[in-house]
Ligand binder design. Sequence first.
Ligand code: ATP
Ligand code: MG
Length: 214
Amino acid sequence: MITIALSKGRIFEETLPLLAAAGITPNEDPESSRKLIIATNQDDVRLIIVRAADVPTYVQNGAADLGIAGKDVLCEHGGAGLYQPLDLKIARCRMMVAVREGFDYAGCVRSGARLKVATKYVKTAREHFAGKGMHVDLIKLYGSMELAPLVGLADAIVDLVSTGSTLRANHLVAVEEIMPISSRLVVNQAALKLKRQQIQPIIDTFAEVVHQKV
Ligand code: ATP
Ligand code: MG
Protein backbone atom coordinates (compact mmCIF):
# COMPACT_ATOMS: atom_id res chain seq x y z
CA MET A 1 0.00 0.00 0.00
CA ILE A 2 1.17 3.51 -0.87
CA THR A 3 -0.22 6.32 1.28
CA ILE A 4 -0.17 9.91 0.04
CA ALA A 5 -0.78 12.77 2.52
CA LEU A 6 -2.61 15.80 1.13
CA SER A 7 -4.43 18.79 2.56
CA LYS A 8 -7.91 19.82 1.45
CA GLY A 9 -8.48 22.87 -0.68
CA ARG A 10 -6.03 24.27 -3.19
CA ILE A 11 -3.34 21.63 -2.71
CA PHE A 12 -5.81 18.78 -3.22
CA GLU A 13 -7.35 20.49 -6.27
CA GLU A 14 -4.01 21.26 -7.88
CA THR A 15 -2.70 17.76 -7.16
CA LEU A 16 -5.58 16.02 -8.98
CA PRO A 17 -4.03 16.48 -12.46
CA LEU A 18 -0.70 15.11 -11.20
CA LEU A 19 -2.42 12.07 -9.72
CA ALA A 20 -4.42 11.61 -12.93
CA ALA A 21 -1.19 11.57 -14.95
CA ALA A 22 0.03 8.77 -12.66
CA GLY A 23 -3.26 6.90 -13.29
CA ILE A 24 -4.59 7.63 -9.79
CA THR A 25 -8.19 8.84 -9.31
CA PRO A 26 -9.62 9.40 -5.81
CA ASN A 27 -12.90 7.59 -5.18
CA GLU A 28 -14.27 10.52 -3.18
CA ASP A 29 -13.98 14.30 -2.94
CA PRO A 30 -12.63 15.34 0.49
CA GLU A 31 -14.66 18.59 0.30
CA SER A 32 -17.93 16.66 0.41
CA SER A 33 -16.84 13.47 2.15
CA ARG A 34 -16.00 13.41 5.85
CA LYS A 35 -13.65 10.51 5.34
CA LEU A 36 -10.00 11.16 6.16
CA ILE A 37 -8.78 8.08 4.31
CA ILE A 38 -9.77 8.14 0.66
CA ALA A 39 -9.42 5.08 -1.51
CA THR A 40 -8.47 5.44 -5.16
CA ASN A 41 -9.05 3.50 -8.36
CA GLN A 42 -5.78 1.73 -7.57
CA ASP A 43 -6.18 -0.89 -4.83
CA ASP A 44 -2.68 -0.22 -3.51
CA VAL A 45 -2.84 3.60 -3.39
CA ARG A 46 -4.77 5.62 -0.81
CA LEU A 47 -4.89 9.29 0.14
CA ILE A 48 -5.02 10.66 3.67
CA ILE A 49 -6.42 14.14 4.29
CA VAL A 50 -4.50 16.11 6.93
CA ARG A 51 -3.97 19.75 7.92
CA ALA A 52 -1.44 21.40 5.58
CA ALA A 53 1.02 21.97 8.44
CA ASP A 54 0.78 18.30 9.48
CA VAL A 55 1.86 16.79 6.13
CA PRO A 56 5.61 16.75 6.98
CA THR A 57 4.92 15.02 10.31
CA TYR A 58 2.94 12.18 8.71
CA VAL A 59 5.60 11.61 6.06
CA GLN A 60 8.55 11.97 8.43
CA ASN A 61 7.10 9.28 10.68
CA GLY A 62 6.23 6.95 7.83
CA ALA A 63 2.47 7.20 8.41
CA ALA A 64 2.41 8.41 4.81
CA ASP A 65 4.94 7.42 2.13
CA LEU A 66 4.50 10.59 0.10
CA GLY A 67 3.04 14.00 0.77
CA ILE A 68 2.59 17.41 -0.78
CA ALA A 69 3.42 20.44 1.32
CA GLY A 70 4.00 24.14 0.77
CA LYS A 71 7.51 25.53 1.09
CA ASP A 72 6.09 27.71 3.89
CA VAL A 73 5.14 24.59 5.85
CA LEU A 74 8.44 22.84 5.07
CA CYS A 75 10.54 25.83 6.15
CA GLU A 76 8.64 26.07 9.39
CA HIS A 77 8.88 22.32 10.02
CA GLY A 78 12.56 22.15 9.11
CA GLY A 79 12.11 19.17 6.78
CA ALA A 80 14.38 16.84 8.80
CA GLY A 81 14.36 13.30 7.43
CA LEU A 82 12.28 14.21 4.40
CA TYR A 83 13.41 13.61 0.85
CA GLN A 84 12.21 16.54 -1.29
CA PRO A 85 12.79 15.48 -4.88
CA LEU A 86 10.47 17.87 -6.68
CA ASP A 87 9.07 21.38 -6.72
CA LEU A 88 5.57 20.79 -8.10
CA LYS A 89 5.09 24.52 -8.83
CA ILE A 90 1.50 24.40 -7.58
CA ALA A 91 -0.20 26.57 -4.91
CA ARG A 92 2.16 29.41 -5.74
CA CYS A 93 2.25 32.59 -3.72
CA ARG A 94 4.79 34.69 -1.84
CA MET A 95 5.69 34.98 1.81
CA MET A 96 5.68 38.69 2.58
CA VAL A 97 6.06 41.21 5.37
CA ALA A 98 3.04 43.52 5.45
CA VAL A 99 2.15 46.60 7.52
CA ARG A 100 -0.72 49.11 7.79
CA GLU A 101 -0.93 51.65 5.00
CA GLY A 102 1.16 54.64 6.02
CA PHE A 103 3.32 52.73 8.51
CA ASP A 104 6.98 53.68 7.96
CA TYR A 105 8.53 50.22 7.74
CA ALA A 106 11.66 51.42 5.94
CA GLY A 107 12.17 54.06 8.64
CA CYS A 108 11.87 51.43 11.38
CA VAL A 109 14.39 49.22 9.62
CA ARG A 110 16.83 52.15 9.22
CA SER A 111 16.51 53.36 12.79
CA GLY A 112 16.70 49.89 14.29
CA ALA A 113 13.32 50.23 16.02
CA ARG A 114 12.07 47.06 17.67
CA LEU A 115 9.08 45.73 15.74
CA LYS A 116 6.23 43.51 16.90
CA VAL A 117 5.56 40.92 14.22
CA ALA A 118 2.56 38.59 14.24
CA THR A 119 2.69 35.40 12.21
CA LYS A 120 1.94 31.73 11.96
CA TYR A 121 5.50 31.30 10.58
CA VAL A 122 7.53 32.10 13.68
CA LYS A 123 10.68 30.18 12.73
CA THR A 124 10.83 31.53 9.17
CA ALA A 125 10.13 35.07 10.37
CA ARG A 126 12.78 34.84 13.11
CA GLU A 127 15.38 33.71 10.56
CA HIS A 128 14.38 36.42 8.09
CA PHE A 129 14.65 39.32 10.54
CA ALA A 130 17.81 37.93 12.16
CA GLY A 131 19.34 37.84 8.67
CA LYS A 132 18.59 41.56 8.32
CA GLY A 133 20.03 42.25 11.76
CA MET A 134 16.61 43.43 12.99
CA HIS A 135 15.30 42.93 16.50
CA VAL A 136 11.68 41.80 16.51
CA ASP A 137 9.19 40.48 19.04
CA LEU A 138 7.35 37.59 17.43
CA ILE A 139 3.74 36.89 18.24
CA LYS A 140 2.46 33.45 17.26
CA LEU A 141 -0.98 33.40 15.62
CA TYR A 142 -2.89 30.55 13.99
CA GLY A 143 -4.83 32.54 11.37
CA SER A 144 -6.35 35.90 10.39
CA MET A 145 -2.93 37.53 10.70
CA GLU A 146 -4.23 40.59 8.80
CA LEU A 147 -6.17 41.63 11.88
CA ALA A 148 -3.14 42.02 14.16
CA PRO A 149 -1.82 45.39 12.89
CA LEU A 150 -5.35 46.83 12.76
CA VAL A 151 -6.03 46.35 16.45
CA GLY A 152 -2.54 47.12 17.75
CA LEU A 153 -1.41 43.57 18.43
CA ALA A 154 1.53 43.95 16.03
CA ASP A 155 3.31 46.47 13.79
CA ALA A 156 3.78 43.98 10.99
CA ILE A 157 2.72 40.52 9.87
CA VAL A 158 4.46 37.77 7.97
CA ASP A 159 1.94 35.94 5.79
CA LEU A 160 1.32 34.40 2.39
CA VAL A 161 0.12 36.72 -0.34
CA SER A 162 -1.14 35.76 -3.78
CA THR A 163 -3.37 38.45 -5.28
CA GLY A 164 -3.02 40.91 -2.40
CA SER A 165 -6.78 41.40 -2.17
CA THR A 166 -6.98 40.35 1.49
CA LEU A 167 -4.24 42.86 2.34
CA ARG A 168 -6.01 45.61 0.38
CA ALA A 169 -9.37 44.84 1.99
CA ASN A 170 -7.72 45.39 5.38
CA HIS A 171 -5.70 48.49 4.44
CA LEU A 172 -2.40 46.67 4.64
CA VAL A 173 0.52 46.82 2.20
CA ALA A 174 3.26 44.32 1.49
CA VAL A 175 6.66 45.88 2.12
CA GLU A 176 9.10 43.00 1.71
CA GLU A 177 9.21 39.59 0.08
CA ILE A 178 10.70 36.82 2.22
CA MET A 179 10.49 34.04 -0.35
CA PRO A 180 8.45 32.70 -3.25
CA ILE A 181 6.28 29.75 -2.20
CA SER A 182 5.14 26.66 -4.06
CA SER A 183 4.32 23.13 -3.01
CA ARG A 184 6.87 20.31 -2.95
CA LEU A 185 6.64 16.56 -3.09
CA VAL A 186 8.02 15.03 0.09
CA VAL A 187 8.95 11.38 0.42
CA ASN A 188 9.71 9.17 3.41
CA GLN A 189 13.28 7.98 2.83
CA ALA A 190 12.78 4.47 4.23
CA ALA A 191 9.60 4.01 2.18
CA LEU A 192 11.46 5.06 -0.95
CA LYS A 193 14.00 2.29 -0.37
CA LEU A 194 11.45 -0.39 0.55
CA LYS A 195 8.77 0.48 -2.02
CA ARG A 196 10.85 2.06 -4.78
CA GLN A 197 9.08 0.01 -7.48
CA GLN A 198 5.78 1.69 -6.63
CA ILE A 199 7.03 5.12 -5.53
CA GLN A 200 9.61 5.95 -8.20
CA PRO A 201 7.10 5.83 -11.11
CA ILE A 202 4.87 8.30 -9.25
CA ILE A 203 7.81 10.69 -8.71
CA ASP A 204 8.86 10.32 -12.36
CA THR A 205 5.35 11.00 -13.67
CA PHE A 206 4.94 14.07 -11.44
CA ALA A 207 8.33 15.33 -12.69
CA GLU A 208 7.26 14.88 -16.32
CA VAL A 209 4.03 16.82 -15.77
CA VAL A 210 5.86 19.64 -13.97
CA HIS A 211 8.49 19.93 -16.69
CA GLN A 212 5.91 19.83 -19.50
CA LYS A 213 4.21 22.86 -18.00
CA VAL A 214 7.31 25.05 -18.07
P1 ATP B 1 -6.54 27.14 7.04
O1 ATP B 1 -6.50 28.27 6.04
O2 ATP B 1 -7.81 26.32 6.97
O3 ATP B 1 -6.14 27.55 8.40
P2 ATP B 1 -4.04 26.31 6.06
O4 ATP B 1 -3.66 27.75 6.05
O5 ATP B 1 -3.20 25.34 6.78
O6 ATP B 1 -5.47 26.08 6.60
P3 ATP B 1 -4.42 26.59 3.24
O7 ATP B 1 -4.82 28.01 3.46
O8 ATP B 1 -5.29 25.72 2.40
O9 ATP B 1 -4.23 25.82 4.60
O10 ATP B 1 -2.97 26.59 2.67
C1 ATP B 1 -2.34 25.37 2.37
C2 ATP B 1 -1.07 25.68 1.62
O11 ATP B 1 -1.37 26.33 0.39
C3 ATP B 1 -0.12 26.64 2.36
O12 ATP B 1 0.76 25.92 3.19
C4 ATP B 1 0.59 27.32 1.21
O13 ATP B 1 1.71 26.57 0.78
C5 ATP B 1 -0.45 27.36 0.12
N1 ATP B 1 -1.16 28.64 0.11
C6 ATP B 1 -1.71 29.29 1.15
N2 ATP B 1 -2.28 30.44 0.78
C7 ATP B 1 -2.11 30.52 -0.55
C8 ATP B 1 -2.50 31.49 -1.55
N3 ATP B 1 -3.16 32.58 -1.21
N4 ATP B 1 -2.18 31.22 -2.81
C9 ATP B 1 -1.53 30.12 -3.15
N5 ATP B 1 -1.12 29.18 -2.27
C10 ATP B 1 -1.40 29.38 -0.99
MG1 MG C 1 -4.95 29.41 5.03
